[in-house]
Design a binder for this molecule. Structure first.
Ligand SMILES: [Zn+2]
Length: 235
């Protein structure tokens, strides 16, 4: 446990140190600057980390056979652990693979709808929140790879999306070249009032990227870069 703590701390410190003008010493001294850049006067925000899918909805299936919901949860839990090191107040939309559904949600579709609506309600019930939703991408052919970040039509969202996309480029020369896009068809991004982004970390249909996503080291890197981007935007 202790070993993991220090490994996460070192990973986060290195990445944050490289990425941003935020002083790690300042954060560790208990004075995190907690106002979202681009949203002046927001005060200390609660970061909501949303591991996409789960329960009856596994999401996309990787070429390795792993469900997207499993990868999303692992990256999200690592992100929460790293955010905690910086004194960021975090809420998760789910912490396990199990999801409780209303009794009248009989079909998988009804369960998905109830779950998605519930997540949006949770986000909207938290004052001064920032939402980061974690997903994986899939395409019909194995060619496409790399991350892509979508954003909500709310204040502060495009800036956060751009920071994450720019940061994820550090994973490889090819990664994260695409432009950030407004998430027109993403329910949660269009039903929350806070700054919100959805990070498609990589393509589970691409053999090389799917293999990377199977490794805990790569998932830790993704988590650290996402949290690094968030902390980098605090001012
Ligand atoms: Zn997804």
């Amino acid at each position: 446990m202790k070993k993991r703590f220090w490994r996460n701390l070192i990973a986060a410190s290195l990445i944050i140190g490289c990425l941003t003008a935020v002083s790690v010493a300042e954060i560790l001294n208990g004075r995190p600057r907690a106002v979202m850049a681009g949203v002046p006067g927001r005060g200390a925000a609660t970061l909501i980390i949303d591991p996409g899918h789960g329960g009856a909805d596994g999401g996309a299936v990787s070429v390795t056979g792993t469900y997207e919901s499993t990868l999303n949860l692992d990256i999200a839990l690592r992100a929460r652990a790293l955010a905690g090191l910086f004194g960021i107040n975090c809420v998760m939309t789910r912490e396990t693979q199990d999801i409780e559904y209303p009794e009248d949600a009989a079909t998988i579709r009804a369960k998905k709808v109830a779950d998605t609506h519930g997540r949006a309600e949770l986000v909207n019930s938290i004052e001064n929140a920032v939402l980061i939703s974690i997903h994986q991408n899939k395409y019909t052919t194995s060619g496409p790879s790399g991350c892509q970040v979508f954003y909500a039509p709310t204040e502060g969202s495009p800036e956060l999306a751009q920071r994450i996309q720019d940061t994820l480029r550090q994973l490889s020369e090819k990664n994260g070249r695409g432009a950030v896009q407004i998430g027109r068809d993403v329910y949660i991004l269009n039903h929350v009032s806070c700054p919100a982004v959805l990070v498609e970390c990589g393509f589970v249909s691409n053999y090389a990227e799917a293999a990377l996503l199977e490794t805990p080291e790569y998932r830790l890197k993704l988590a650290a870069l996402i949290i690094g981007s968030y902390v980098g935007g605090l001012s």
